[in-house]
Design a binder for this molecule. Structure first.
Ligand code: NAD
Length: 480
């Protein structure tokens, strides 16, 4: 059994207590042992990052980019192995893990290229012979805290822009799936990133999160995870006036209108609600269906969902893997019980899968509750599992009202062929990520990513917007 160490100041620290990274599809399998980082490790990591900062920040950005390009090549050369490990530690299907690994490689390349493009502002002055411009500068040491559900893509979409801007980094991955982030750090190490520029400390979120926020050299923290942790970070980080970026939960709606492409909309809702076991932050958890097609749509949704195959994501033909761990499974099953009390028996699913290989994993049936109303908890609270609440809307305006009646605002989708309704949705929907005639989940890295309302706090991630968090401006007025 391999022990994966923490990475501090260019060295792998493989001694100390460990925790297990287990396969949620087969809990007999330990994917790896990880060294449990301490407060002292976090402090040392932050200090190493501070020491490395001046030299890294002074390196020409295209040269920083060259290291990211090299890391992308290295990840590509290990593509199959990394994807398979991701399936084993997180549970998503192998095709999904391959898609995510490819995305991480593309994110690295995208931000590597930005090293040669990173601009500022150059504008004419009102004054004679004054040249004025603003250039970007890095912030310093940045702390990154990531969740388990996209175990390589999220670390990558935080690390790559942080590094290309000239920051140095300490990353703390989620304990349920730390190996994918570890592989990313390994690739950067193998690509020759100078010591101290990137540091990796795995272990308890509460202990290391507090240590990171209180480590003196840390100037900014980017976090993706639950609302509860995000709110805690907001409070604690504000005491030190840290720059923070928080990406949190969602209760994402898909509005299905009478004029939709019926079959495509069924596929889009099933995909968005159940793929990756509903454990995407952009997953659809509310399908808001217009009255005219409601009964027909619900019937088709149930028929299609019953055909989904749940099982070990390493096997061909599996659509849905397990919940990530026992706690996630319990939350999902608890919400199914709440749903049964609130909305009656589900139209499909509603149980943990048992018998044979299922007994070794955290498998749950994809579940659909119909005639869910706005006051129900299953319509309001994030479940983060394969549970869909279907709600009836009188008309488009009613659907928009229901969709916007959430404290969250991460992603939202509309299925419609009516251009005016689509534009009304685009301008009226309170969410940071919108899709039209596509699943609500499935974003690309070239555009800003993030939510609104209680889903997010701070500047957006990804695309050109990523620099808003990871860099600051220095403005220059020059008389010649
Ligand atoms: P989580 O908040 O439990 O954990 C996220 C990370 O925070 C982990 O690394 C964890 O160890 C760490 N952590 C835990 N307690 C901490 C503390 N007190 N201080 C600092 N760090 C701490 O979330 P999770 O269960 O890993 O992820 C699921 C959640 O993430 C869902 O709510 C989902 O919607 C959200 N999510 C959001 C996005 C987005 O972009 N908006 C993307 C993916 C996941």
């Amino acid at each position: 059994m391999q022990t994966f160490g923490n990475y501090i100041n260019g060295e792998w620290i493989t001694t100390g207590d460990t925790f297990e990274d287990r396969n949620p599809a087969n809990t007999d399998e330990v994917v790896g042992l990880f060294v449990k980082g301490s407060v002292a490790d976090m402090d040392r990591a932050a200090e190493a990052a501070a020491e490395a900062f001046p030299k890294w920040a002074a390196m020409a950005a295209p040269n920083r980019g060259a290291i990211l390009f090299k890391a992308a090549e290295i990840l590509d050369s290990r593509f199959e192995a990394i994807a398979a490990e991701m399936t084993r530690e997180e549970g998503k299907t192998l095709p999904e893990a391959k898609g995510e690994t490819r995305r991480a490689i593309n994110i690295l390349k995208y931000f590597a290229g930005e090293g040669s493009r990173m601009g500022g502002h150059l504008v004419p002055s009102e004054r004679d012979r004054v040249h004025m411009f603003a250039i970007r500068k890095p912030i310093g040491v940045v702390g990154l805290i990531t969740p388990w559900n996209f175990p390589i893509a999220i670390p990558c979409w935080k690390l790559a822009p942080a590094l290309i801007c000239g920051n140095t980094v300490v990353i703390k991955p989620a304990s349920a799936s730390p190996l994918s982030a570890w592989r990313l750090v390994e690739a950067l190490h193998d690509a020759g990133i100078p010591k101290g520029v990137i540091n990796f400390v795995a272990g308890s979120g509460a202990t290391l999160g507090a240590a990171m926020i209180n480590a003196k050299p840390v100037k900014a923290v980017s976090f993706t995870g639950s609302d509860k942790t995000g709110k805690w970070i907001h409070t604690e980080a504000s005491k030190r006036m840290l720059r923070i970026q928080l990406e949190m939960g969602g209760k994402n709606p898909t509005i299905v209108l009478n004029d939709c492409d019926f079959n495509a909309s069924v596929e889009n809702v099933v995909n968005a609600a159940f793929f990756s076991t509903g454990q995407k932050c952009t997953a659809t958890s509310r399908a808001i269906v217009e009255d005219g097609i409601y009964d027909q749509f619900v019937a088709a949704l149930v028929e299609r969902t019953k055909k989904l195959k749940t099982g070990n994501g390493m096997e061909a033909g599996i659509d849905i893997g397990p919940a990530v761990d026992e706690a996630a499974l319990k939350t999902i099953l608890d919400y199914i019980e709440i749903g049964k009390k609130e909305a009656g028996a589900p139209l499909c699913g509603g149980n943990r899968l048992t018998g044979g290989a299922y007994d070794k994993g955290y498998f749950v049936e994809p579940t659909i509750f119909a005639d869910v109303t706005e006051d129900m908890r299953i319509a309001k609270e994030e479940i983060f599992g394969p549970v869909l609440a279907v709600m009836r809307a009188k008309d488009f305006a009613d659907a928009m009202r229901i969709a916007n009646g959430s404290e969250y605002g991460l992603s939202a989708s509309v299925q419609s062929s009516n251009v005016s309704r689509v534009f009304d949705f685009v301008y009226g929907m309170e969410a940071g990520l919108l899709t039209v005639n596509l699943p609500s989940a499935g974003v690309e890295y070239q555009l800003p990513f993030g939510g609104t309302k209680d889903s997010s706090f701070g500047p957006k991630e990804q695309g050109p917007a990523a620099f808003d968090f990871y860099s600051d401006y220095k403005t220059v007025y020059l008389k010649y």
